[in-house]
Design a protein around this ligand. Structure first.
Ligand SMILES: Cc1ncc(COP(=O)(O)O)c(C=O)c1O
Length: 412
């Protein structure tokens, strides 16, 4: 297991109903500190992409480590404020134009426009505001297609060939564009960073007011033994070199921003569940472990075919091949897919399981609780607990009362 001990799992299971998420405060602090040490030429800001996990306690830990936040919707902004973030430490770079845009920019939330409509919207209400623009540079990176966002199939931003139009619009409106923003994918290759820096600086040349280059998140953090984490030191140094070269050529010292989501939180959380049943499809079929969790807690295996580390906690020395499945009545509620093929099952070798054995899934801190297929089959949201640095275990979100699921329904 990543950070949990067998004794901790036993203690937690005796106090809480499974499935439940368990966070490590220590891991969260350590990963924030790691990103604060990211090398840079002229200083850097770490903005937590809070879409990865917006629990108030996680935001609070990162805020105390001086991380700022990037929000994908106005609701995330209000959630960050609820975790005592200052307005000016918040950036919004979402697809949907915020209905409360005026309120946000008037209170100094930094607005990154991701379309022409958004540039116009901010000009109409706050022509004095400094803004950022998110540009699709037509170069993508990412572990698999669904999380590679820099191609022409991706609508999250303004296409790079339209830079002259952005400049014309900014000039005619007298709008100050002070930040260029990229996000070309998740779990990027190291080369993508240097390539992006060079592409970005080619663009920044045309924007005289740009002071900040927000180079996105997308840092790989290994959760499976065959994966490799991003080497922050090397990436930072190679990117810093591009920043220095630009300064030499133009005299402009550009500030770096990075926006990690997944890498900050993914390894700080594990999910504890139980083996609910064991079934098979005969001599030529498969043995299935059915668990009391699923895409209701961890959607990424079902959505993307990503694999998660699995530990079954029992005394068995015998091993057996299993397909692990979830509790939702849905054939793609599958935990052991073939890598990046969410509909293809793959067997994994695990200790011979018994009904009610605890089963732990590591690497679920990002895009799990935050992206759960909430209340499908009317399963309530799982509780979340945190192991504090003094080893105390505290509940940070209670299990949802099932009545909450239907409380907004109106009987006709
Ligand atoms: C604008 C933006 N910034 C940062 C991130 C974080 O990416 P990751 O979680 O891969 O670090 C995302 C993820 O989609 C994003 O869209």
């Amino acid at each position: 297991m990543n950070f949990l001990t067998i004794d901790q799992v036993d203690d937690i299971i005796s106090a809480y109903e499974t499935p439940l998420y368990v966070y490590s405060e220590q891991k969260l602090r350590e990963s924030a500190e790691k990103f604060c040490r990211f090398p840079s030429a002229f200083g850097h800001t770490v903005r937590y992409a809070m879409k990865a996990n917006a629990n108030i306690n996680i935001l609070n830990i990162f805020r105390k480590k001086w991380l700022k936040v990037d929000c994908s919707s106005e609701y995330e902004v209000y959630r960050a404020l609820n975790a005592w973030y200052e307005w000016e430490d918040i950036q919004i770079s979402g697809q949907e134009t915020p209905k409360s845009l005026r309120d946000l920019v008037e209170k100094w939330v930094f607005f990154v426009a991701t379309s022409f409509r958004q540039i116009e919207a901010v000009w109409k209400i706050a022509p004095w505001a400094n803004i950022g623009v998110r540009i699709n540079p037509w170069s993508s990176s990412g572990a698999f297609a669904a999380i590679s966002t820099g191609w022409k199939v991706s609508a999250f931003w303004i296409w790079h060939e339209k830079i002259p139009e952005i400049l014309d619009l900014a000039n005619s409106y007298d709008l100050k564009i002070t930040k260029i923003h990229f996000h070309i994918g998740s779990e990027n290759t190291p080369e993508a960073w240097t390539q992006s820096a060079d592409t970005g600086f080619e663009m920044i040349r045309h924007f005289p007011d740009v002071e900040i280059f927000d180079m996105w998140g997308g840092f790989k953090e290994a959760i499976m033994p065959y994966e490799q984490s991003a080497d922050l030191e090397n990436i930072g140094k190679s990117v810093a070199w591009s920043f220095k070269r630009f300064e030499k050529e133009t005299g402009r010292k550009i500030h770096l921003e990075i926006e990690p989501g997944k890498a900050l939180v993914i390894n700080s959380c594990s999910l504890i569940a139980k083996v609910d049943d064991i079934v098979d499809t005969g001599d030529w079929g498969y043995s299935f472990i059915r668990t009391n969790t699923g895409m209701t807690e961890m959607p990424r295996p079902s959505m993307y075919g990503v694999q998660q580390p699995i530990s079954i906690l029992n005394q068995s020395s015998e091993k057996q091949k299993y397909v692990v499945v979830w509790h939702c009545c849905e054939s793609w509620d599958l935990l052991t897919p073939k890598l990046y093929e969410n509909e293809t099952i793959e067997e994994v070798l695990l200790p011979k399981a018994q009904i009610a054995d605890p089963i732990v899934f590591d690497g679920v801190g990002a895009y799990s609780s935050a992206m759960s297929v909430k209340n499908y089959n009317s399963f309530p949201e799982a509780a979340e607990v945190m192991i504090l640095e003094n080893w105390e275990i505290q509940c940070i979100r209670t299990r949802q009362d099932p009545k909450e699921i239907w409380k907004n329904e109106i009987l006709l």
